[in-house]
Design a protein around this ligand. Structure first.
Ligand code: ADP
Ligand code: MG
Length: 696
C-alpha cells in the first residue's frame, strides 16, 4: 500500500475547489479543524430548526421559531440613527412586526413591499407586549416558499462562516463523496439496520426531525462506528504486529514466589492470583506480552507486579519496574525490599539522581546480571543502561502515558514482555479506546479487611473547625494529608496558596508538625519531607497533587482536599485512596469554596456514597464527558469527530471485537472486506495503522 487510494483523492483535495469557498473562507474553516472536503463530511449538524409552515404565530410563546405567510403593512423607519426599523405585518390570525437594525430602507422596501404577501421565518420574541421577529432568517415570496427548509440543520460555526455557507460547503463535499465498498460486517450491518456509508453521510447532513440528530439515529451510529472501527483496527494491527514479534519464553519455577507468599501475613486475593496466572501464561508463550493490569487504588497491583518480576528472576533473568516519579520509585523500593529479602533476590534502584561512580557500579552490576530486579524512574531506560538478560518491563501508573507514547515504546526494539499497571478505574468503553491494543487483567477485588473511609463535604468557611478537629486527631497520634490544588494559570500563584496554607497550619498546629511537598521542590527536599512524614515526625503533609498516585503511609488516616469541586472525580478518588490503608478508621474531607453549584454537589455526593472506583468513573464520564475524565490532551485518547464517547460508548466494544475478528481472519487486509477496511483507515487518517500494513 504505497499511497492514498485514488478513489479518495477528491475528499483530500483543496477546500477552495468547493462552490462558494474561497481562500479566505478556507482559512476561516481551519478554525473548525476543517482543512479538506473530508473534514466537512464528518462535521455534522448538532441541532436543527423546525421551520414547518404555520398559519399564525398567535398564542405561540417567545423563543419559538415560526415560518408563516404574512401580508406586509406599513414601514416605520427609525426615528434616530441606529434605531429599529419596524414593518407591520399580518398573518392569518394576528398582527406583529418585523424588526431590522442598520438596514437600508430601499433594500427593505424591495424585500417587503407594502401590500404584498411574503413567507417569513424567524424567532418570535416580545417587546412592549407586542410580538415581533427581529431579523427574520428567511423572507421569500409565496412562490418560493419551498426554498425554506422544513427542518434546517445547524452546523458549528466560526468567525467568517455562516450557516448558509456551511450548508453549501457540506453539500459540495457530499457531492464529492464516492460510494465505497463496505467494511462493516454485513450481518451486523443488517441486524442494526445501518445505512451504507454514503447514505449515512447524506442522512446525517439532512436531518428531517430532532430524532435524526440523536446519538441513536442509525446514520449517526454508523458514522460513529466507523470512527471506532478505524481506531480499533489501528490498535488491533499494533497488537497483531507485536504478538507476531518473537518474544522470550520465560518460565518460572515457582520457588521464589512460594518463599515470598510464605513470608506474607496474608494470602493473594482471587483477582491477584488470576492476574499472576495470566501474566505467567503470557511470559511462557513465545509471544511478546503486552498486558495491562487495571485495578483500583489499594487493589494490590504492586504485589502482582512483584510476582511477575519473580518469574523473570526464577528463569535466571532480570526484570525492571518503572514508576512515573522519583517518590514513587523510592516507595516501591522500600515496599519491595522486605519481599526481595524473603526471596533472596538482589533488588536495586536507579533514578536520575544516581551519578558518578555510584551509577557506574550499578550499571556494571546490572550488565553482569547481579542486580536481578531494578526499580526506578524513566532513567532505567536511558541509552547506556544495559541489562544482562532483561525479560520483563513493568510500567506503573500508566495513565500518564498516552496510546501514542505506548505504541512508540513498543517499537523500541527489545522483545521484552511488557506489563502496564494503571490505577485509573476507567469505564470499559474508555479502556477499550485507550488500551484496545493490549490484553487486560482486571483486579476487581480488594484485599479483605479494608476499613471504609468516611467522606464529608465541608465549606471553606468552616476552616477553623477543620483545623480544630485536625489538632485533636494529631494529638491522638494520627496523620493527615492536606491537598492544595493546582488551579490557576500560573503555578506560582498556586504555590503561594500551598505555602500560605502550610504557614497557617504550622502556626495552628505547631512548627515541627507540618511538612510541605510540591512539584517545584528540589528532589532532595521532596524526599526529605516525604521521609519525615513516613517516619511520623510530621503529622500533617501539605501537598500539591504530587501525592496523587501510589504513596503509601498506613498511619495517615485523614485526607483534606481543598477546592474539591474543581477536581475530577477519578482524581479525588485516587487522592482519597491514600488513606484507609491501615488499622484505624479514616476520614476524607472534601472542602469546597461556596457557593457550590448543584451539579458540583451531585458529583461530590457520589464520592460520599461509594468507594467503588468503577462506579465513580462511570458517573464522572456521564457528568463530565470522556475528554475531561482523563484529560484529553494527556490521555492519548483519539479525538473523534462524529462519535460521542458519552452516548455511544457501547459501540466501542462491538467495534473492538469486529476489528479483532476481521484481523484474525485476514491479518493482511487482503480480502474484499479487508480492502474496504484499508479504505476506512485512509479515510480516517490512521497513519500509524497504514504504516503497519505497509510493513507487513
Ligand atoms: P495499588 O498499587 O493497587 O494501589 P498496593 O499494591 O499499594 O495497591 O497495595 C495496597 C496495600 O495492600 C499494600 O499495603 C499491600 O501490602 C496490601 N496488600 C496487597 N495485596 C494484599 C492482599 N492480598 N491481602 C491484604 N493486603 C494486601
Ligand atoms: Mg501502586
Amino acid at each position: 500500500m504505497t499511497g492514498r487510494p485514488e478513489i479518495l483523492f477528491p475528499l483530500f483535495g483543496d477546500l477552495t475547489k468547493l462552490d462558494g469557498v474561497g481562500p479566505k473562507t478556507a482559512q476561516h474553516l481551519g478554525q473548525l479543524q476543517i482543512e479538506k472536503p473530508r473534514d466537512l463530511l464528518f462535521t455534522l449538524p448538532y441541532a436543527g430548526i423546525d421551520r414547518q409552515r404555520r398559519d399564525t404565530i398567535r398564542d405561540l410563546p417567545p423563543g419559538t421559531v415560526v415560518t408563516v405567510e404574512v401580508v406586509v403593512g406599513t414601514h416605520r423607519p427609525p426615528r434616530s440613527k441606529g434605531g429599529a426599523y419596524r414593518i407591520h405585518v399580518q398573518d392569518a390570525g394576528t398582527e406583529f412586526t418585523l424588526v431590522y437594525f442598520h438596514a437600508r430602507a430601499d433594500y427593505l422596501s424591495r424585500l417587503l413591499p407594502w401590500g404584498q404577501r411574503r413567507v417569513v421565518s424567524g424567532k418570535i420574541d416580545h417587546f412592549d407586549g407586542m410580538a415581533q421577529i427581529v431579523h427574520p432568517d428567511h423572507v421569500v415570496p409565496p412562490a418560493e416558499a419551498e426554498t425554506i427548509p422544513a427542518f434546517e440543520p445547524v452546523y458549528p460555526l466560526t468567525h467568517g462562516v455562516s450557516q448558509r455557507l456551511m450548508a453549501r460547503a457540506a453539500a459540495g463535499a457530499l457531492a464529492l463523496a464516492p460510494d465505497l465498498p463496505e467494511w462493516i460486517d454485513p450481518t451486523q450491518k443488517a441486524r442494526e439496520g445501518w445505512p451504507d456509508w454514503r447514505t449515512a453521510l447524506e442522512d446525517a447532513h439532512a436531518p428531517e426531525t430532532q430524532a435524526d440528530l440523536a446519538p441513536v439515529a442509525p446514520a449517526r451510529v454508523r458514522l460513529a462506528y466507523d470512527e471506532f472501527m478505524a481506531h480499533q483496527l489501528t490498535l488491533g494491527l499494533a497488537r497483531l504486529r507485536r504478538r507476531r514479534a518473537k518474544g522470550y519464553v520465560t518460565k518460572g519455577t515457582g520457588a521464589l514466589q512460594a518463599k515470598v507468599l510464605e513470608s506474607l501475613p496474608f494470602a493473594l486475593t482471587g483477582a491477584q492470583t488470576r492476574a499472576v496466572d495470566e501474566i505467567a501464561n503470557d511470559m511462557a508463550a513465545p509471544l511478546r506480552m503486552n498486558r495491562l493490569v487495571q485495578g483500583d487504588v489499594g487493589a494490590g497491583k504492586t504485589l502482582v507486579a512483584f510476582m511477575a518480576l519473580l518469574i523473570a528472576v526464577e528463569a535466571g533473568a532480570q526484570g525492571v519496574m518503572m514508576a512515573p516519579t522519583e517518590i514513587l520509585a523510592r516507595q516501591h523500593m522500600e515496599g519491595l525490599r522486605p519481599l526481595a529479602e524473603a526471596a533472596g533476590v538482589r533488588l536495586d534502584i536507579l533514578t536520575g539522581r544516581d551519578k558518578g561512580t555510584g551509577r557506574r557500579d550499578k550499571l556494571a552490576a546490572l550488565a553482569a546480571g547481579e542486580i536481578q530486579m531494578l526499580v526506578g524512574t524513566h532513567a532505567v531506560f536511558q541509552k547506556d543502561v544495559a541489562f544482562h538478560d532483561l525479560r520483563l518491563a513493568v510500567i506503573d501508573e500508566q495513565h500518564r502515558f498516552g496510546v501514542t507514547q505506548r505504541l512508540e515504546l513498543g517499537q523500541k526494539g527489545h522483545a521484552v514482555d511488557v506489563l502496564v499497571m494503571t490505577a485509573t478505574p476507567i469505564p470499559r468503553s474508555l479502556a477499550l479506546a485507550q488500551y484496545g491494543d493490549m490484553d487486560v487483567s482486571v483486579l476487581d477485588e480488594k484485599p479483605p479487611g479494608r476499613k471504609p473511609i468516611t467522606t464529608a463535604l465541608v465549606s471553606t468557611e468552616r476552616m477553623g473547625e477543620v483545623v480544630d478537629h485536625l489538632r485533636g486527631a494529631i494529638a491522638d497520634g494520627r496523620q493527615a494529608y492536606w491537598v492544595c490544588p493546582l488551579v490557576e494559570e500560573s503555578e506560582a500563584v498556586d504555590l503561594t496558596a500551598a505555602e500560605d496554607r502550610f504557614k497557617h497550619l504550622r502556626a495552628a498546629l505547631g512548627e515541627g508538625r507540618v511538612g510541605l511537598v510540591h512539584g517545584q521542590m528540589p528532589p532532595g527536599e521532596k524526599d526529605a519531607a516525604m521521609a519525615r512524614f513516613e517516619a511520623g515526625e510530621t503529622a500533617v503533609l501539605v501537598a500539591t497533587t504530587v501525592i496523587e498516585v501510589g504513596v503509601n503511609v498506613p498511619n495517615a488516616t485523614i485526607m483534606v482536599i481543598e477546592r474539591a469541586e474543581i477536581f475530577g472525580l477519578a482524581q479525588l478518588h485516587q487522592l482519597r485512596g491514600r488513606v484507609g490503608r491501615g488499622e484505624a478508621a479514616s476520614t476524607c474531607l472534601l472542602m469546597y469554596r461556596p457557593p457550590l453549584s448543584e451539579t458540583a454537589r451531585q458529583r461530590l455526593t457520589v464520592l460520599r456514597e461509594t468507594e467503588d472506583g468503577f462506579r465513580i468513573a462511570e458517573t464522572d464520564l456521564e457528568m463530565r464527558g470522556a475528554g475531561d475524565l482523563i484529560g484529553t490532551a494527556q490521555s492519548g485518547l483519539p479525538r473523534f469527530r462524529v462519535a460521542d464517547m458519552e452516548h455511544q460508548a457501547a459501540l466501542m466494544e462491538v467495534a473492538q471485537s469486529d476489528a479483532r475478528k476481521l484481523l484474525a481472519e485476514d491479518p493482511e487486509l487482503q480480502s474484499d472486506r479487508g480492502q474496504a477496511a484499508r479504505l476506512l483507515l485512509w479515510l480516517m487518517e490512521q497513519d500509524r495503522a497504514i504504516k503497519l500494513i505497509g510493513v507487513g
